[in-house]
Design a protein around this ligand. Structure first.
Ligand code: ADP
Length: 220
């Protein structure tokens, strides 16, 4: 089998260490195994290195030491990363239609767009708009609340069918009821892949199968 036919089954951090220049160690010897079919939370105080770890997983930052193995080395990380998606706390809104804001250039059938919108509980809102998916958004997103913007960002990731979905405080602006509902739907949707919530929120951490705590022992 070529890499293209293999789905991502595991993601293993092996003794990963990292520091920003002379600012001291941010991540010190982190080892952890993420398995497909599970939901994870990465928790820790502000500044502990959670987002840095996400950047390392995505290949935006190279660790000083250690490695990341996909399927125990069967799939090169550079290849696997095409199937990772990161959703950050603030998703950018462009001055174009809601549909274009979701697609950002990819070609996805309308039904799939609607399922993604439904997964993040934005379907009622879209139906209430006169022009639906063709509604123009403003760059500052005034016609969208913070929580709606975050959900648009998640839907944007979902239409790309990630096998590894990392949400970095990406549900922080949702009201608690919607948050729990959306988190549970995302878990179900990602049941064959890996979903990682980077969060301060103890309730989200409780919904995860396993929690990775970063920086509890006062690194740096
Ligand atoms: P968290 O996501 O847990 O809040 P971060 O990974 O954002 O933590 O940051 C970890 C530490 O690294 C913090 O002390 C932060 O100030 C520092 N840091 C983050 N990004 C950079 C950067 N690009 N250059 C220098 N220091 C950084």
């Amino acid at each position: 089998l070529g890499h293209a036919d293999l789905s991502i089954k595991s993601l293993a951090l092996q003794n990963v260490s990292f520091g920003y220049g002379d600012r001291g160690t941010v991540l010190s010897d982190v080892s952890f195994r993420f398995e497909a079919g599970n939901a994870y939370a990465i928790v820790g105080p502000s500044g502990a290195g959670k987002s840095t770890l996400a950047d390392i997983l995505l290949g935006l930052t190279l660790p000083d030491r250690g490695s990341i193995l996909v399927n125990d080395g069967q799939i090169p990380i550079e290849v696997a990363r095409n199937r990772f998606m990161l959703v950050e706390q603030q998703s950018k809104i462009f001055s174009t239609t809601l549909k274009e804001n979701l697609l950002l250039g990819v070609d996805v059938p309308d039904e799939e767009l609607f399922s993604a919108v439904e997964l993040v509980n934005l379907d009622d809102m879209v139906r209430s708009l006169d022009k639906g998916m063709d509604t123009r958004l403003t760059y500052l997103g005034e016609n969208f609340s913070g929580g709606q913007r975050q959900r648009l960002g998640i839907a944007r990731a979902l239409i790309r069918k990630p096998e590894v979905l990392i949400l970095d405080e990406a549900t922080s602006a949702l009201d608690p009821v919607t948050r729990t509902e959306v988190v549970n739907k995302l878990r179900a949707y990602m049941r064959h892949g890996i979903i990682i919530f980077i969060t301060h929120d103890a309730e989200i951490a409780e919904l995860a199968d396993e929690v990775l705590s970063i920086g509890q022992e006062g690194t740096s």
